[in-house]
Design a protein around this ligand. Structure first.
Ligand code: S3P
Length: 427
């Protein structure tokens, strides 16, 4: 049990937020497919990205790490080798799904497993399109779950034209990585656009990739031209906790330094601003196709809002934090089209309703894919269960800090994406 006290003062800080998890994963994977050394700075040493590092080492990449800097040297696009053991993706859906795509065209066998949470998460969404490309993949439970084996590829994969049933950057990225090795062009069409870090980084590695709204086309290649250096910005998904907490605590004035503001990720800024938050984007810069900025946020009163559709993939990981903001807003917030939250590290809709209502009773209800929050109810101290989900742990912590305090059963799970979260919270 970790106890978080109520904060009876505003936050007045400059915060260096944890590095972007999505970009960290992709930087190691793509660098490992080049044939020169890439220096990656501000790499996220969270457990999920370390799972990717371990898997890429097992696939033959040379990776040296010292602090938040890593040096990755690959053996070229055709230079991956058969791992000697089962690859463990831990808690990381991104590691698993992207590497299923990467391993599909290889002439060797790879078997994956993961932790209790990952073994329950749906994998047919990635196995199906890869199988359509000609990959040979078998998984438990009718090819739906881990453990999963990718059998050696006996012929060149087919480029496909794939209409994705759900917007998922992980599935899209898996298809694009397999598409690098295919015999012809691969086209992916998303129902609504999801985060585009893979597309941007592939382009920075010299791959011919075209995007037009939600249509992405990748041309196969024989080698990647790796940049010498990649610098990873802060993660807006980690910054989200401070955007929300500083907004709802009176007297706050916080600047979150060097946060990634790729437009496929900034839904949280748009929604909080619609609710009445005061967020300024300062010092915007661009590197390797990715934009970053300092985000200044001062406290303000919030009102309930209604949103869904195309907005959802732009803030999918921030919904628990937005739900906290909505509990302090005047009026009702309705969030549509969030059924995907049921298949994250835990069923986050169920977790929000069960755990958040302990802190603010009669506030949160959900249908199959809608979350409704009646703001402005009385708050109370509560003991809550994180379900080993890092984003539940961090959202419950800021909720308690802004309310009457909270005790959570597991604080270690924040190591997945934000190892020093509690240092910032209790500073
Ligand atoms: C991610 C994509 C999203 C997101 C996850 C990271 C990525 O998942 O929720 O935390 O890095 O590609 P989906 O692709 O399943 O939507």
């Amino acid at each position: 049990m970790k106890k978080i006290l109520a904060m009876n003062h505003g936050m007045r800080d400059e915060i260096q937020v944890a590095a972007d998890k999505s970009i960290s994963h992709r930087s190691v994977i793509l660098s490992a497919l080049g044939s020169t050394t890439v220096e990656i700075s501000n790499f996220l040493s969270g457990a999920d990205c370390l799972s990717t590092v371990a898997c890429m080492r097992a696939l033959g990449a040379n990776i040296e790490q010292s602090g938040d800097k890593i040096l990755v040297t690959g053996n070229g696009l055709q230079g991956l080798k058969e791992p000697e053991n089962i690859l463990d993706a831990g808690n990381s859906g991104t590691t698993l799904r992207l590497l299923l795509g990467l391993c599909s065209p290889q002439k060797f066998l790879t078997t994956f497993t993961g932790d209790n949470s990952l073994r329950r998460r749906p994998m047919a969404r990635v196995i199906n399109p890869l199988t359509e490309m000609g990959a040979n993949i078998v998984g438990r439970n009718g090819n739906k779950n881990l453990p999963i084996t990718v059998l050696p590829s006996t012929k060149i994969l087919r480029g496909i034209n794939y209409q994705m049933p759900v917007a998922s950057a992980q599935v899209k990225s898996a298809i694009l990585l397999a598409g690098l090795y295919a015999g012809s062009v691969t086209t992916v069409v998303e129902p609504v656009p999801s985060r585009n870090h893979t597309e941007k980084m592939l382009a920075a590695f010299g791959v011919h990739i075209e995007t037009f709204n939600n249509i992405i086309r990748i041309f196969p290649t024989y080698n990647l031209v790796a940049p010498e250096k990649i610098s990873i910005p802060g993660d807006i998904s980690s910054g989200a906790y401070w955007l929300v907490l500083a907004t709802i605590l009176d007297g706050s004035d916080v600047t979150i330094k060097n946060v990634g503001v790729n437009e496929t990720r900034t839904g949280i800024i748009d929604v909080l601003s619609d609710m009445g938050a005061k967020i300024e984007m300062l010092n915007v810069k661009t590197s390797g196709g990715e934009s970053s900025a300092d985000l200044r946020v001062v406290s303000s009163k919030l009102r309930g809002v209604e949103f869904g559709g195309e907005m959802i993939p732009r803030l999918i990981d921030e919904i628990p934090a937005i739900a906290v903001a909505a509990a302090f807003a005047e009026g009702t917030t309705i969030i549509h089209d969030v059924g995907e939250l049921r298949v994250k590290e835990t069923d986050r809709l169920a977790a929000i309703v069960e755990e958040f209502n302990k802190i603010s009773p009669n506030t949160f209800t959900a249908t199959e894919d809608t979350l409704i929050i009646h703001g402005g109810q009385e708050k109370t101290f509560a003991e809550c269960i994180t379900r080993a989900d890092h984003r539940m742990a961090m959202s419950l912590s800021i909720f308690g800090a802004a309310a009457k305090g909270v005790a959570i059963d597991d604080s270690d799970c924040v190591n997945i994406s934000y190892p020093n979260f509690f240092d910032v919270l209790t500073d």
